[in-house]
Design a protein around this ligand. Structure first.
Ligand SMILES: [Zn+2]
Length: 182
């Protein structure tokens, strides 16, 4: 069964009888009606929005304003964060709240790489290098093998680390939190 139907947008302006308007815009045409109509059969949401985009263009909105309107519809206080994040991901858009996390991740990555370089430069240093210490400090205070670290996904040894001082913890290379240093 095919459903018959159409989508119709109508924009009407009634300017006849407004003397002031006529004095201000003598060349304007009175009482315009702009109608845009398409058969709605099997039109998807993007086609609907495309039609509305054309309609908005026809009644005088510019591209940028239309884009702002559409984006404002998708990203507003009325939307669920989760949904907005989905849409943002689909369009490679970065939500501003993600920036802090990304910056923090990059800073940790820099610290980890710096620590690795320091280890390569001092392969026989029996102690942690300053750079390794810096990288460890960046572990958000999560001590390898500690209960709070394990709760956050740490895969470092637990028993072996219990007796170890804070700056002499064993680190598992597979640990997502601590494993990057060495
Ligand atoms: Zn760990």
């Amino acid at each position: 069964m095919t459903i018959e139907g159409s989508v119709k947008f109508i924009y009407e302006t009634k300017t006849s009888g407004h003397r002031q308007y006529h004095e201000a815009y003598p060349d304007m045409i009175d009482d315009q009606t702009i109608t845009m109509e398409v058969p709605s059969t099997e039109m998807n949401v993007y086609q609907h929005f495309n039609l509305f985009n054309s309609f908005l263009r026809a009644v005088g909105f510019d591209e940028l304003t239309i884009m702002r309107g559409a984006t404002g519809l998708a990203f507003s206080d009325m939307r669920k964060d989760e949904d907005m994040r989905k849409v943002a991901d689909e369009h490679d858009i970065m939500m501003s709240e993600e920036h802090d996390r990304i910056v923090s991740d990059l800073q940790k990555e820099i610290l980890n790489l710096t620590a690795k370089i320091s280890r390569l430069e001092n392969p026989n240093n029996p102690n942690y290098t300053d750079e390794e210490m810096d990288a460890m400090t960046a572990w958000d205070g999560l001590v390898p093998g500690s209960p709070s670290a394990i709760a956050s996904g740490c895969k470092c040894p637990v028993m072996d680390n219990e007796e170890m001082p804070e700056d002499r913890k064993w680190v598992n290379g597979d640990c997502p939190i601590h494993g990057k240093v060495k």
